[in-house]
Write a protein that binds this ligand. Structure first.
Ligand SMILES: Cc1ncc(COP(=O)(O)O)c(C=O)c1O
Length: 309
């Protein structure tokens, strides 16, 4: 669904609330030419206590951390961004939504050095359902190992959520979809499993859980962190600092993706090889159902993870 079909009319930009159609930048914006922006994607859930943003503090913290390698000064405080986001959700009466904060080098000159370009900051919110479809959450998805490799973290900081990085994600995801798959798995430079184009990946073997470590060229996913804690609290052993070889994907009992957009999505086939029983596995289901109970606030546990609007 395109933005024009959505009932949203306001964006916060550089300290002001502006009409949706007025939230524009110059075509010679630095970030547009060189991918010099950092951003976040968070979800706000519909709960009995009203809209609740999942792990907002961690998303804000990652936004500011992502800006650091680029020496980008975000001219607004975390408190201002929080206030702006809550106001956007309230004003547009959204019971649940996706939240997209972004900071980028703006318009002034177009040398590669952004030194003279101002930092622009914006927050937009809009209604967004299941990223890979409702069915995907239940039935799982078929994925393809991309022929594109993930950047090494010595080439570009992969722990920063940078706009320019997503051309790699786009190439991998579109390659997969062109070939009839729902999503891609991207290997790192060493040929080990890194992550999805916009998701972290988990593997289940003999009831223990494995996920690539932070040095495997992955984004330090906030859902990844949440799922590690949830799984441990459910009593599972989680190995969160491992290398996973390509072949281990095929022999896994279960695989699943995590992400703010993808939430917890089971993977049923990789390159047409069936994983486990070819549907959502029991460990994935256990963690996924606990995850949704938590984000929909059907339990009091983990209340510190929520920012109520
Ligand atoms: C490349 C990449 N990996 C992993 C993730 C998952 O991170 P998070 O759970 O913080 O959304 C995302 C989504 O932001 C992503 O874009």
């Amino acid at each position: 669904m395109g933005f024009d079909e959505m009932d949203v009319d306001t964006i916060w930009m550089d300290g002001e609330f502006v009409d949706w159609d007025e939230a524009q930048v110059h075509v010679l914006t630095h970030g547009l030419h060189y991918g010099t922006g950092v951003f976040e994607g968070a979800r706000c859930y519909d709960t009995e206590e009203g809209p609740a943003i999942f792990r907002w503090e961690e998303h804000l913290e990652r936004l500011f951390q992502s800006a650091k390698p680029y020496e980008m000064e975000i001219d607004h405080t975390k408190e201002e961004l929080t206030e702006a986001t809550k106001t956007l959700i309230q004003r547009q009466e959204l019971p649940s939504c996706y939240i997209r904060p972004i900071a980028f080098y703006g318009y002034n000159s177009l040398g590669v050095s952004p030194k003279d370009c101002p930092t622009r900051t914006a927050v937009a919110v809009w209604p967004w359902g299941a990223y890979l479809g409702e069915e995907a959450l239940e039935d799982g998805i078929d994925v393809m190992i991309s022929s594109w490799r993930k950047h090494a973290s010595s080439q570009i900081p992969t722990n920063a959520k940078t706009t320019g990085l997503y051309v790699n994600s786009m190439l991998a995801g579109e390659e997969a979809r062109r070939n009839g798959y729902a999503e891609a798995i991207v290997l790192n430079k060493e040929g080990n499993v890194a992550e999805g184009p916009g998701e972290n990946i988990f593997l289940v073997r003999d009831d223990e859980i494995y996920t690539p470590g932070l040095s495997e060229s992955i984004l330090d996913g906030i859902t990844r962190d949440s799922v590690i804690k949830i799984a441990e609290d459910l009593g599972y052993t989680v190995h969160d600092d491992v290398s996973i070889s390509r072949g281990e994907l095929n022999t896994a009992d279960e695989l699943f993706f995590t992400g703010s957009a993808a939430e917890v999505t089971p993977i049923r086939k990789v390159d047409n090889v069936t994983i486990g029983n070819g549907s959502r596995g029991p460990v994935t289901e256990d963690i996924q159902s606990r995850f949704f109970d938590i984000v929909e606030r059907k339990t009091d546990a983990y209340d510190e993870w929520f920012e109520y609007v």
